[in-house]
Design a protein around this ligand. Sequence first.
Ligand code: AMP
Ligand code: MG
Length: 268
Amino acid sequence: MDRYRITAGSKFQLAGIDPDETSLFDGGKKEARKVLEEELNPRLEELQDLLYAEGKRRVLIVLQGMDTSGKDGTIRSVFNAVDPLGIRVASFKVPSAEELAHDYLWRVHRQVPGNGEIVIFNRSHYEDVLVVRVHKLVPKNVWSKRFDQINDFERMLAASGTTIVKFFLHISSDEQKARLEERRDTPEKRWKFSLGDLDERKLWDDYQSAYQDVLRRTSTEWAPWYVVPANAKWYRNIVIANILIKTLESLDMKYPPAPKGTETAVIE
Ligand code: AMP
Ligand code: MG
């Protein structure tokens, strides 16, 4: 899974990663779904329970990707067995007037995980160097300073006991076209379709190069980015689930010892 991790300071080329790739899993779609549901989802559930019980560490998962890249679907599929008590999703939309009246990290910082908690960012502070840059919502001399600011912010979170993992869901332009058409043509999916998505689609190349800069400049030892081939949803799900399991296992968590006297306590 390390092959999808972006090395800090690299000359990384986003176009060099094939969104159709499925090479780390031979079994195909049906088998992948089985592995996800029977092995990976339950393992994540166990690890989340341990994290919550231990109550010492915090986990922050950042999901970014183009429209239709599958951020919502990933959350549904990967965390489907996890206890809702220990997990929280924070979705970042167009900032409100109150949010805009503060620095861009203000709304983000208040959503970071506390002890024992996993928080998933569905979009994130990275929008402030993506959509904000592409649409020129602030001048270059403002957004260009944000890469360092974000690295510092994440370093501070990591130093305070937060494990950070960031995923870019990498789809192709053709795949986005197919998914938008499906939204347009399926009554149950039409609510997700917005004409604004078509204007965004015209800016595809600008977004890809903005993403490439994000991946080059903000993949750090303390908060790595993984670029996940995401044209095949089943592959995206098992790659992300596997990376999260490896990350949580590496924390070497332990259930807390029972308070003194517990074992001999008499329950009348
Ligand atoms: P969705 O994720 O489809 O619900 O859409 C949320 C929208 O909010 C996307 O179009 C984002 O680009 C936009 N958005 C999120 N954060 C920001 C931000 N900081 N500034 C401007 N737009 C944002
Ligand atoms: Mg959308």
